[in-house]
Design a protein around this ligand. Structure first.
Ligand SMILES: [Cu+2]
Length: 187
């Protein structure tokens, strides 16, 4: 018994430290997170979406701001306004690296509307957002024809430093409207 006492004390000490220092510590401070407006509803000319309108011609296809900076271990909150799909590529990927050929590098949207080409180039892709056509149906009582909600949030974690390309997976938005930006993650 006498020999077991020191090790018991040591075990208690280790357990106590374990209680004080969690295994994963969330980061804090101004670079812990950033917010990106991922598509925006226009106001000029004035827009009236009441009660459930999401007319695509009245939507701005931009990431605002186009580049944000956070620390490793931080997060980016993509606030999605409109029919968009945030997709993130690994450190160093450039817009020219993304393959967008139909149909080999795209997949059709599977909900409402269906058949919209969504970029599906998995090379160096580290995150692909939800199918924007598969969001909750707005009409109630709901006919299957929709429409679906186009405004939502996706929150993405960045554990490693680097410069990450973020594109909109809706092919026409990326190819025609250059809808992309970057997340700079500091050590
Ligand atoms: Cu888009």
């Amino acid at each position: 018994m006498a020999r077991s006492t020191p090790s018991s004390i040591g075990l208690v000490a280790i357990l106590s430290v374990g209680l004080v220092v969690p295994s994963a510590v969330a980061i804090d401070g101004p670079l812990a997170s950033a917010t990106v407006s991922f598509g925006q509803w226009r106001t000029n000319p004035a827009l009236d979406r009441f009660p459930i309108l999401s007319e695509r011609a009245t939507n701005q296809h931009e990431l605002i701001p186009s580049q944000v900076t956070i620390k490793a271990g931080g997060a980016v909150n993509f606030i999605i306004g409109g029919f968009h799909q945030p997709t993130v590529y690994d450190d160093g990927t450039l817009p020219a690296d993304i393959n967008t050929t139909i149909p080999t590098d795209t997949t059709p949207s599977t909900g409402i509307p269906s058949g919209v080409p969504l970029i599906n180039d998995p090379a160096n892709r580290i995150y692909r957002g939800q199918d924007p056509s598969r969001q909750p149906i707005l009409t109630f009582p709901s006919p299957i024809s929709g429409p679906v909600s186009q405004d939502r949030v996706e929150v993405v974690h960045f554990p490693k430093p680097g410069m990450y390309l973020v594109i909109c997976g809706v092919r026409a938005h990326f190819v025609d409207d250059k809808m992309f930006g970057f997340v700079r993650v500091l050590p």
